[in-house]
Design a protein around this ligand. Structure first.
Ligand code: GLA
Length: 377
């Protein structure tokens, strides 16, 4: 059984786009291990779009790996990734062509699932471009879901239809383990803020074995690479990672894992943040208060299976200032005889014990995240 908790790994798309090859995949696998990312839980190395030749083999109808990018074929790449203790992921599309115009799996689902199994694939991201108008989207995901179950290998099914067709309502029944709920992320503050704020009604659909995927992280990209855009600063990356953790999204790194700085490594391997993301009960976060004057000064709370709870305090606005965190919003009336003890999730330091409220000053685009528990007065 896979995906009991949100899947974690690395995906090539955000940084490398079409510039992928055997060498950089091997180097990335090495770096994931050397940087202790595997130890932290990042176990899937996923090759996204642009890995194949432009046309299927005319005789076998199989998709052929690009002969220049992957001269030794895909099994050799997969064997190397496995030799490092990682799991190997690949990409295809429910339509006739992939989003970058390579062969899609439409009408070839069973053959392709068998091919992925031959490669030793453990994860399939399944996109939605070039879907024929006449074809039914949910049916196509069911078809690949069935093909994967028949292929003789346990393959994590990562659906990527960008939130279309009311996906949270049916995708779990199609066998997927994660499902993209939004359009593509770009490496700038507005992009990830809008993704996060669009999740309000969808978090309750995310649960063990099938998670709401808010897209690959741009943390640590600093504007470089395929979805580079304007880039973010460290406060913004902290905020992005905290939102993905609190909202229980899969955590797929999108930066160049061979060249991560210490700030990025420390952030994405933070044990307390990962504990929030990976909590086995996978309870959804909820909006536990927002500032009456500004949209975007938000507090989110997530119950943890340990009896603790996580509180995230976000200043998504353009001005520095307090973000009010009123404990009546989380179910603690005044004079109940309890206060809230807060530990800073980033540093691990105890912040203090607070009665009724705590209103931290948060700079624009930054956040604070706490592991909290109730203590008797
Ligand atoms: C779509 C997906 C992206 C990426 C590209 C590849 O845009 O949403 O995540 O896979 O296709 O072409």
């Amino acid at each position: 059984m896979i995906a009991k908790t949100p899947p974690m790994g690395f995906n090539t798309w955000n940084t490398f786009g079409k510039d992928i090859n055997e060498q950089m995949i091997k180097e990335s696998a090495d770096a994931i291990v050397a940087n202790k990312l595997l130890e932290a839980g990042y176990e899937y190395l996923v090759i996204d779009d642009c890995w194949s030749e432009k046309e299927r083999d005319p005789v076998t109808k199989k998709i052929i790996p690009d002969r220049t990018k992957f001269p030794n074929g895909m099994k050799a790449v997969s064997d190397y990734v496995h030799s490092k203790g990682l799991k190997f992921g690949m990409y295809s599309c429910a339509g006739l062509r992939t989003c970058a115009d390579y062969p899609g799996s439409f009408d070839h689902e069973y053959l392709d699932a068998e091919t992925f199994a031959e490669y030793g694939c453990d994860f399939l991201k399944y996109d939605f471009c070039f879907k024929p108008e006449s074809a039914n989207g949910p049916h196509l995901y069911r078809r690949m879901g069935m093909a994967l179950r028949a292929c003789g290998r346990e393959i994590l099914f990562s659906a990527c239809n960008w939130g279309c067709d009311n996906v949270p309502e049916w995708i779990r029944s199609a066998g997927a383990h994660m499902w993209r709920s939004t359009g593509d992320i770009f490496d700038n503050f507005e992009s990830f803020k809008n993704i996060a704020l669009s999740q309000a009604g969808k978090l309750g659909y995310s649960a063990p074995y099938c998670f709401n995927d808010m897209d690959m992280l741009t943390v640590g990209m600093y504007g470089n690479g395929n979805v580079g855009s304007a880039g973010c600063n460290d406060a913004e990356y902290r905020t992005q990672f905290a939102l993905w953790c609190l909202f229980g999204s899969p955590l797929m790194l999108g930066c160049d894992v061979r060249n991560m700085n210490d700030v990025t490594k420390k952030l994405v391997t933070n044990k307390r943040l990962l504990k929030i993301n990976q909590d086995p009960e996978a309870r959804p976060a909820f909006l536990a208060g927002k500032h009456p004057w500004y949209d975007g000064r938000n507090v989110y709370m997530k119950l943890l299976s340990t009896g603790e709870f996580a509180l995230g305090v976000f200043n998504l606005t353009e001005t520095n200032g307090i973000v009010p965190m009123m404990f009546h919003e989380i179910g603690l009336p005044s004079d109940a005889g309890y206060s809230v003890e807060l530990i800073d999730a980033f540093s691990g330091e105890t912040v203090g014990i607070f009665r009724d409220y705590h209103n931290p000053e948060i700079e624009k685009h930054d956040c604070a995240v706490y592991i909290a528990k109730l203590v008797k007065d």
